[in-house]
Design a protein around this ligand. Structure first.
Ligand code: ZN
Ligand code: ZN
Length: 271
């Protein structure tokens, strides 16, 4: 479906979540369990979005050989919930480079209802892709040893990846577009107040608006990191640009299907 069709499924309801993980990647429950829990929580639209197969070594991503089984389990979940919840089959597709991302034929040909594009891997100055998501301790090691201690380089490179993904297209929803700040701000809390950083955010918002994709507000880290992605300070930019927004829990556990969504929804209404 197009981004407009995807947005039309959620714009009249708050009972949706378009980003979730299962045992096919680094989630902690089967698809059936996540879907059943979501339905019990009153969701009317739910999407399974495993971390896609990726061209790099990664424990968090699903393997290409498990894709047929994933699609088949999604079909079962869709049928089982046909009367109560719209189940969508998707993937959180990693953008790595111009040679590998949501835009390539492999992902465009998969029978997915929509494509969620996210950046987790950032290439170092030496061309080694490192997963900059996850625990700060690991990120701090990568920053020191992989990125030569150059925090601004990592942050700029992350945003460059996001912008290139938008430019190449093939996505319907943009995942957590400033996720790098979760770790970067722990290394240097002043980053977000700097002009060059705000300019990166402005660039993403304007390119997202021009491309017409749905932009996610990701609530997964609200307890651990006390922030949403994108951070709340930028929500007025999303509103002014008129981009369609989806508020997603990025749940990896059944008891977190709705985590942070009510708070984000009410803040979004106020902002
Ligand atoms: Zn992600
Ligand atoms: Zn995710």
């Amino acid at each position: 479906m197009t981004p407009q069709q995807l947005y039309s499924l959620i714009k009249e309801t708050t009972n949706y979540n378009l980003h979730s993980h299962t045992e096919f990647c680094d989630g902690h429950a089967p698809i059936a369990k996540m879907a059943d829990t979501a339905a019990e929580a009153g969701m009317s639209v739910w999407a399974a979005t495993p971390h896609s197969p990726v061209c790099l070594e990664s424990q968090c991503n699903m393997s290409e050989k498990s894709v047929p089984e994933f699609l088949s389990q999604c079909d079962s979940a869709r049928e089982r919930h046909a009367g109560n919840m719209r189940f969508l089959t998707s993937m959180e597709i990693d953008f790595v480079s111009r040679d590998f991302g949501p835009h390539i034929d492999y992902f465009q040909r998969l029978p997915l209802d929509f494509r969620l594009g996210s950046v987790h891997f950032v290439p170092t100055q030496d061309g080694v892709w490192l997963d900059c998501d996850g625990r700060f301790e690991r990120f701090a090691g990568y920053l020191r040893d992989g990125f030569r201690g150059d925090l601004r380089y990592v942050v700029e490179k992350y945003f460059e990846q996001v912008l290139t993904m938008l430019e190449l297209g093939g996505i319907d929803m943009l995942g957590h577009f400033d996720k790098i700040i979760g770790n970067a701000a722990l290394a240097d809390p002043s980053i977000e107040t700097q002009k060059w950083y705000e300019a990166l955010v402005d660039d993403v918002v304007s390119h997202a608006a021009a491309s017409g994709v749905v932009v996610e507000i990701n609530t997964k880290a609200i307890l651990d990191k006390g922030r949403f992605f994108p951070d709340r300070r930028w929500w007025d930019k999303l509103k002014s640009a008129g981009v369609p927004v989806a508020i997603n829990s990025d749940a990896h556990y059944p008891d977190k299907v709705n985590l942070g969504r009510a708070e984000a929804l009410s803040l979004w209404e106020e902002s």
